[in-house]
Design a protein. Sequence first.
Length: 357
Amino acid sequence: MNAFSVDTLKERIKKYPKKNLIHLPTPLQRLDHLSEALGGPEIFMKRDDLTGLAFGGNKSRKLEFIIQDVLKKNADVIVTWASLQSNWCLQTAAAAREIGITPVLVLFKTYDLPEEYDGNLLLDFILRADIRIMDAEKGKIMKQEDVADIIDKIVLELKEKGHSPYVAPIGGSMVGGSMDKPLGAIAYVNAAAEIVEQVENEGIRVDHIIHASGSGGTQAGLVVGTKALGRDIKVSGISVSDEKEAYSKEILTIARDTVEALHLELIVEDEDIIVIDEYIKEGYGVINREVSEAIRFMALKEGIFLDPVYTGKAMVALIDLIKKGCFTKDEQILFIHTGGTPALFPNKYKITEFLSQ
Ligand SMILES: *Cc1c(COP(=O)(O)O)cnc(C)c1O
C-alpha cells in the first residue's frame, strides 16, 4: 500500500465536516527537564490539554466532528454517559451549550468520590446540564451494553416531552447511539496528520507515541492515522480501565470502522494495537501514591499539571518503561497530554494525603 500524504489524508477526512470549537494546532513542547531527570530518551509533549474548550482535552477534538453531526441531525438535546467526574461529559456539555442545546448527562458512580459539586461535576452544574447520577460497579468504564436500558428510557422520556435527542456513545469512540461513524477516532486521524506535519516542520523524529487509553477512539485514530501516512511510529495506549485482550479487540473494531469510513484501503492488524494494561492498578479512576507522585514530578520538572485518572497513570507507565529500558537513549517519544485536569480537585484529599507522607 502506498502511504497517503498529509494533505490527501486531510482531504479524506473532510468528508466529515467539523464544527470549529477549539484552537488548533495544539502546541508541541520539548520536555528537556523531564528527559534529563529520567536519563532516557528525548520526550516531547503534544498539548491536547490546551484545546481551549472547557479546560481542554482530547474529547473536544472529537466533539468538533460529533457536534457537526448533531447539527446535521437536527437534535435539540444531546444525551451521553460516563463516570461521575467525566471529562467527556463536561466537554460534551460545554460543546452542547455552544450550539445552544441542552446536555443530558448520565453519570455513574464507578469510583468512590463524593457527589459534591467539585471538578468536572461543578462545571456540569454551572453549565446547567441535566445531571442524572446512578450507582455502578466500581473500577471500570461503563460500556454501551451496560447502559443501554437506562439510556433508552431517558431517550423515551425526552421524546415524550417533544425533544429530538442525539445519543453520543461514551468517549465518542465506538459507533453507537446516534453516531453511525467513528467520529472520535476520525478526529484523532486528523490529530495524527497534525502531529506528523508539526514534528516534521520542526525537524523532530518521533518513534513512539504514548498516551492514556480509555474508550479507544484516541488510540484507534492515532494508529490509523500514522499507518495511513506510512510513518514508522509505534502507538502505545496505556489502559486506565480494561485488560489488554478485550480492550485491544474494541480498539481494533474502532480502527477498522475508521478505515472504512475514510476509505483508506489499509489493513489494521492485531499487532498494530499496542495496549499496556499493567498500570490500571486499583482500577479506573482510583488514584494511588504512584500517580500522585507522577503528577508532582511533572509539575516540579516542567510546571505542567497532569490529571489523576488518565495522564497521571500514563506518566507512571512512561517513567517505569524508561526505567525498565524499553526505549533506547536515541529514541524520541511523544507523550500526548489528553487533558482531564479538573479531576485533580475532587481528588484533593487523596492527593494531599499521598504527597504529605
Ligand atoms: C477520555 C480520556 C482519555 C482516553 O481517550 P479515549 O479516546 O477514551 O481512549 C485520555 N485522557 C483523558 C484526560 C481523557 O479524558
